[in-house]
Design a protein around this ligand. Structure first.
Ligand SMILES: Nc1ncnc2c1ncn2[C@@H]1O[C@H](COP(=O)(O)OP(=O)(O)OP(=O)(O)O)[C@@H](O)[C@H]1O
Ligand SMILES: [Mg+2]
Length: 587
């Protein structure tokens, strides 16, 4: 629709603006407000009155100012050049903006989210005359050294390809192909728009079955997530949410990372903006930014931009999913997003529910996490989105509304524990409060490495659970009162915590632990437990086992054995078994 609707502002309450006169305007349409043409979005319709949230600083806006709408929904521009870019919540390029106006974002500034002058080397993959359907990949572009951008036919466009350019360099504004559709000739370019609040369609949803390998032992072995799954990282102040997200971004085997930063403090986001681009993709030594799109919100940006940023991020993720990629979305932290929602809803005069959050907090969180999943794309490939959201409950109290609602919609919960963090046990993911519902979904993948993976994992998990139970007893009666077999369980659990659960992100060998290495370490630990327990039952003292050199050596394997030299763990296992056998014969 090109005919503009015009109206007038009648009230301004922070970023929320009421206007009249915009007859025919729809929910989620963009409205440009005031003389500076500030970008806003229709978030409520109440009879004659249109309620708009404004995404830019609107100080000075007053009743009587003009509002214009072209009847288009708030959308993101999808095309080559997204990768390595850093956007605000409404996809304004932050680097471009800072070049134009320094650190202060000028009101009403309009910059294309994608470079319109850059020429991209395009390789067509189809030819004139072909029957083309929506979502078909018609060509490729090397978007960054790590990402091949697959150019898709926009959704809703199908028909015979009349024309496509030869291989060559083109901008996103040039016509690249033409399709004869039932609605007439469609001229396609390298970039298209998509409304942020509308999930992009797919052929069908599938059950996730491949784990997102993160190289973090407590995650991959104990609380794994599938590619296409959802996880929350709840944790109090300073417990390691951001470090965990960064470790996952650096190491996980997703093709694309979408990092949505909702910082509390202005300088926290500045850290992310300066630090993140310096991170190295540890799998290939290239800058991580070459497979990353960043959405950054700082506390000095208007609140609505933070509210919409998670939709902007997940829409970009869906676009790469539709190319057949595996995408990981990191949102840090969703609590800051929920606070934006709370502030906006209170300005709207909504009846507050728990702790002032609006009654629709749960629905909105669900809408976000539901956009994760493994799908068959319209072009018939598999593509997936994994969503990992950090949650920062005030005072680390997990019973607050954002953590509670989030836990209803995610299938994996990595609870950060303040006691572990204070004890510098990193990652401080609790093995007692965390859970995952993906174990059986991904079991077959691990079975390719070891038939007994899940049994071994559960056996070791049970040692930790038993240790937790016994610790309560020890608190009351002291460990000396326990029978030797139970003392041995406490000893083994301590070894498991040191040798397996603790992982140092700064140690060159330990920062990434390959699945094969995780398995071998796990088997060594289980051997120590099972064979040792047998000895204890036969009268060998816990101390005798604990003081064997080979036993204390197990803690060093994680940092001494490289991922590629795992026969060293096999050799270790032999020595361990031999030593334990000697103790047996000396009985
Ligand atoms: N895996 C880890 N390895 C080593 N150190 C870690 C690890 N995780 C966290 N830390 C330490 O804990 C500190 C705080 O971590 P981080 O900034 O990730 O916490 P946060 O939960 O994001 O905090 P905030 O609540 O301020 O957002 C880090 O600066 C680092 O020193
Ligand atoms: Mg943080």
């Amino acid at each position: 629709m090109d005919e503009a609707l015009t109206g007038k502002v009648i009230a301004v309450n922070g970023p929320i603006v009421k206007a009249v006169g915009l007859t025919g305007i729809k929910m989620f349409d963009i409205a440009e407000v005031g003389a500076d043409r500030l970008i806003g979005e229709v978030i409520r319709l109440a009879g004659e009155i249109t309620i708009i949230q404004v995404y830019e600083d609107n100080t000075g806006l007053k009743p009587g100012d003009e509002v214009i709408s072209y009847g288009r929904p708030l959308s993101v521009l999808l095309g080559p050049g997204l990768i390595a870019n850093i956007y605000d919540g409404i996809q304004r390029p932050l680097v471009g903006i800072s070049e134009v106006c320094g650190s202060y974002i000028k009101k009403g500034i309009k910059l294309s989210p994608l470079d319109v002058n850059k020429k991209w080397d395009f390789q067509p993959l189809v030819k004139a005359g072909d029957e083309i359907r929506e979502g078909t990949i018609i060509g490729e572009i090397q978007e960054s050294p790590l990402v091949i951008h697959r150019v898709l036919v926009p959704l809703g466009i199908s028909g015979r390809l009349v024309n496509i350019v030869n291989a060559g360099a083109y901008t996103i504004e040039e016509n690249i192909f033409a399709i004869d559709t039932t609605a007439g000739l469609y001229n396609g370019k390298l970039a298209t728009y998509w409304p942020v609040r509308k999930p992009r369609p797919n052929k069908n949803r599938k059950k996730p079955f491949v784990p997102l390998i993160t190289g973090q032992r407590i995650i991959d072995t104990f609380f794994p997530i599938a590619r296409g799954g959802t996880a929350a990282i709840p944790g109090g102040f300073g417990t390691g949410k951001t470090m965990t997200q960064h470790a996952l971004a650096k190491w996980c085997n997703a093709d694309i990372i979408v990092y949505i930063g909702c910082g509390e403090r202005g300088n926290e986001m500045t850290d992310v903006l300066t630090d993140f681009p310096k991170l190295i993709d540890e799998r290939n030594g290239r800058p991580l930014i070459e497979r990353t799109v960043m959405i950054a919100n700082t506390s000095n940006m208007p609140v609505p931009a933070r509210e919409v940023s998670i939709y902007t991020g997940v829409t970009i993720a869906e676009y790469y999913r539709d190319m057949g990629y595996s995408v990981a979305v990191m949102a840090d932290s969703t609590s800051r997003w929920a606070e934006a929602l709370r502030e906006l809803s209170s300005r709207l005069g909504d009846m507050p529910a728990e702790e002032g959050f609006p009654p629709y907090l749960g629905t909105r969180l669900a809408e976000f996490y539901e956009r994760a999943g493994l799908v068959e794309t319209l072009s018939g490939r598999d593509g997936d989105i994994t969503i990992i959201g950090a949650v920062s409950p005030p005072g680390g109290d997990f019973s607050e509304p954002v953590t509670q609602h989030t836990s209803r919609f995610v299938r994996c919960f990595w609870a950060l524990d303040k006691i572990l963090a204070d004890a510098r046990h990193y990652p401080s993911i609790s093995w007692i409060d965390s859970y995952t519902e993906y174990l059986t979904d991904i079991e077959d993948w691990w079975k390719n490495l070891d038939d007994k993976w899940l049994i071994t994992r559960n056996d070791v998990m049970n040692i930790l659970l038993e240790d937790h139970r016994l610790e309560q007893v020890v608190k009351l009666v002291g460990s000396d009162a326990l029978p030797p077999s139970e003392q041995y369980i406490l000893f083994c659990a301590e070894i498991i915590k040191n040798a397996f659960l603790q992982q140092n992100s700064f140690d060159p060998q330990d920062k990434f632990c390959a699945p094969e290495k995780q398995l071998k370490l796990l088997n060594s630990l289980l051997t120590l437990y099972k064979k040792g327990l047998e000895l204890v039952h036969n009268g060998v003292s816990v101390k005798n086992i604990a003081t064997q050199d080979v036993v204390s050596e197990i803690v060093r394997l994680k940092s001494e054995v490289p991922n590629k030299e795992l026969t060293e763990i096999d050799a270790y296992m032999k020595r361990l078994e031999q030593t334990l056998a000697t103790l047996k014969t000396s009985l």
